[in-house]
Design a protein around this ligand. Structure first.
Ligand code: MOS
Length: 729
């Protein structure tokens, strides 16, 4: 059992010449690009499936007075129309359940009101059009700004209190020679992952298997079991390949529950995929936010007060709020500090986590406010941040496990050519384009969760790693293989990795940038135990033993691992726990973003010209997958700055642009030269790999660097995301 209460000493992963860190291709690449990697909707398990199609509520608030299903039931091929009339009893919200089709109350547009099950997908879809709801609609509230006065203090989230206060920000603000008081707005955003939510539900005896698209299998099992009121042991989730998640699959969504209910009733497997348009309303999204920043400083740039107040919203009964001000608690020094989160209830679809929940939008506000302060002080934005670098976590008053924000900014400035930036806005032209540069700090929490794994070595000398970790396109298969390969002295194709099945040793899954450290630590532990078992069997001295090239060597002797595994193989279990010391060190990954944009002086069109991120994430586990995560996150950040906006129809409470034609995300043409660089770093307090989280770091601050570049190009400060051309003109 790995317990992170002690710093990790030297391990086999520190030996030179290993695979860890190398830019290995993803081991799951070939099965993916040849179409042999099954995604949820492609499974054929359990015999011929029936197909389901969801019917969504067409109002945002009110009562489903009547639901006429007669025509749908008579339609060809229809096996079942599941509604509140015949939906089985389910667990309640208090037990962590997400009951479907219960009651008459409509809480948001897109709430499932019926499921049509038929022999074919086309029959189910056609019959779904025949379901006729009658509503008693009520006027809902859909506007965060108007709801601010009624917003409440939300419940603590993941142990983080919604508010923090040190000193007196009012007093410091009144006394400060230089101050900034600005309000930023960020819009609702949709995860826009490639694979929409889909489930194949198969009942066998009393047991349920869901082939579904999910990031966190144990959490999913708990929700399914609580909702269907069956023991957790009766539920198996399989998500071997997931076409992106970004948080939308941290929780099971209604597709999994509805497919399970329907499959039990029609006594055969049921497949249900949400359409892209349904994903926007039926599942979760990132809430819009309103964030007020007050920064007060001495003339030399030292902050005397930081105040970050954030409002977000959610559907009635939902407690999730956007923790936009959490990073503000540890990024800069200042004696007087205030952060507050308020949650308004709106009659909109459910808000939940989306990539870097909190920091992603929090830094869109904070890091632009810092840029505004730099302008007010006429101090270089990097210099301003360096002058406010804290020696310890400024609110928790505990040391950082490692913190390389300043080196990231310095390295980025050098590589990007920051010295060529004109400090005065609107001074650099290229034809009709105004050109500007901007930067932002990046910070993202580095959590770790308890995880288990097993590893076995067969008589052929091949190792198999098993854990219920998922790979949502990030490279989990590959990096876990690299860890095991280095621990056991095997080549990468000498290690098989099995993931994405809740029957495997329990790991929390992919989310919150905790995946690699959590599952990787458990794999490390299992491999350590397996090494001990192999050594015991070999009779070789433990001291100085070396696992390399399929052999174990010690005391001048050398034995083949395959021979030692004979006849029946050899197996070991591993586990890891974050331990208490994670609360004694402030743990984050850091970075700095640099962006250059052109703004057309005639049309207002904004074009990213080039972008660089420099990051410190502890040990880089795989230079290629880490870079992909970083530039993917940066691309996400560019989208947040310039285009992503789920537009709320303020009369009817739905997202107007609920598809990928209208909800714009950054595409290749929007992302020219973009690069990510990692500084060498090891964090012995983070994990046995000495690595930190990277999956969400790239988005954090990326959009602010773009927005700051737009200001530098034009002198126009836009505080309402996204920065579209109409706001420039
Ligand atoms: Mo992430 S929003 O924890 O997938």
């Amino acid at each position: 059992m790995i317990d992170m209460n002690q710093p990790v000493g030297r391990t086999p992963l520190d030996e030179a010449g290993g695979l860890l860190g190398r830019p290995l291709d993803r081991t799951d690449g070939p099965v993916k690009v040849t179409g042999r990697a099954p995604y949820a909707y492609e499974y054929r398990e359990g015999g011929a499936p029936a197909y389901a199609f969801l019917v969504e509520a067409g109002i945002a608030k009110g009562r489903l007075a009547a639901l006429d299903t007669a025509a749908a039931e008579r339609a060809s091929g229809v096996l079942l129309v599941l509604t509140r009339r015949n939906a089985p009893k389910q667990g309640g919200k208090a037990d962590g359940a997400i009951p479907q089709l219960v009651g008459e109350t409509i809480l948001h547009h897109g709430q499932p009101i019926a499921l049509v099950v038929a022999e074919t997908f086309e029959q189910a879809r056609a019959a779904a059009q025949l379901v006729k709801p009658t509503y008693e609609a009520e006027q809902g509230s859909y506007d965060l700004a108007s709801a601010m006065p009624k917003a409440v203090v939300p419940k603590a989230s993941n142990g983080n209190q919604p508010d923090s206060r040190i000193g007196d920000t009012d007093e410091a603000f009144a006394a400060a020679p230089v101050k900034i008081d600005v309000t930023y707005r960020t819009p609702p955003q949709s995860h826009a992952m490639m694979e929409p939510h889909a489930t194949l539900a198969v009942w066998d005896g009393g047991g349920l298997t869901l082939y579904t698209a999910n990031q966190m299998l144990p959490r999913g099992i708990a929700t399914v079991a609580a909702t269907l009121q069956i023991p957790k042991e009766k539920v198996r989730l399989i998500s071997r390949y997931v076409g992106g998640g970004f948080g939308s699959k941290l929780q099971v969504q209604p597709d999994a529950i509805l497919a399970a209910l329907a499959a039990r009733m029609v006594r055969r497997p049921v497949k249900l995929a949400l359409t892209r348009q349904q994903v926007f309303h039926v599942t979760t999204h990132r809430t819009d936010t309103i964030q007020r920043l007050r920064l007060a400083a001495e003339r030399d740039g030292r902050l005397t007060a930081i105040e970050h107040l954030s409002w977000s919203n959610n559907t009635p009964g939902q407690s999730f709020y956007e923790t936009a001000a959490n990073a503000t608690r540890s990024i800069y020094a200042a004696p007087n500090r205030l952060t507050e989160h308020r949650l308004a209830t709106l009659d909109l679809p459910i808000s939940a986590s989306m990539r870097a929940p909190g920091e992603a939008v929090g830094l869109l506000a904070l890091e632009c406010a810092m840029d505004e302060l730099a302008v007010a002080l006429t101090i270089d934005p990097i210099e301003l941040r360096i002058r406010n670098e804290p020696a310890e976590d400024p609110e928790l008053k505990i040391p950082f496990s490692s913190r390389a924000l300043v080196p990231c900014m310095r390295k980025g400035a050098e590589l990007f050519g920051w010295d060529k930036r004109h400090p005065e806005p609107g001074r650099v032209r290229d034809g009709e384009w105004l050109v500007g540069m901007g930067m932002s700090a990046a910070i993202r929490g580095n959590p770790m969760l308890a995880a288990k794994a097993s590893v076995s070595l067969d008589a052929g000398g091949v190792a198999t790693v098993k854990t219920s970790m998922t790979d949502i396109g990030t490279g989990s298969y590959t990096i876990l293989g690299q860890i095991a390969a280095d621990m056991l002295g095997l080549p990468i194709d000498g290690v098989k990795v099995e993931l994405g099945d809740s029957a495997l040793p329990e790991a929390p899954g992919s989310g919150g940038s905790f995946g690699a450290n959590s599952a990787g630590s458990a794999v490390f532990d299992a491999c350590s135990t397996l090494r001990d078992a192999i050594l015991r069997r070999s009779g070789l001295p433990v001291e100085g033993a070396e696992f390399k090239d399929g052999f174990v060597r010690a005391g001048g002797r050398s034995l083949r691992l395959a021979d030692l595994a004979r006849p029946a193989g050899i197996q070991a279990d591993g586990a890891a726990d974050p331990g208490k010391s994670r609360r004694e060190y402030s743990q984050h990954s850091y970075g700095a973003h640099f962006a250059e944009v052109g703004v057309d002086s005639v049309t207002g069109e904004i074009r990213l010209r080039r972008m660089l991120g420099v990051f410190a994430i502890g040990r880089v586990l795989n230079a290629k997958t880490a870079r992909s995560q970083a530039i993917g996150g940066m691309t996400f950040g560019v989208g947040a700055a310039l285009m992503e906006d789920a537009v709320i129809d303020k009369r009817h409470g739905h997202f107007v642009n609920h598809d990928l034609a209208e909800y714009h995300v950054a595409v290749h043409a929007d992302i020219p030269a973009i690069d990510a660089v990692f500084l060498p770093e090891l964090d012995a307090r983070s994990s046995p790999m000495k690595s930190k989280g990277v999956g969400e770091l790239g988005i954090c601050g990326a959009g602010a660097a773009v927005a700051n570049a737009v200001y530098n190009a034009t002198g126009i400060r836009i505080r309402d995301y996204p920065l579209t051309l109409d706001k420039v003109l």
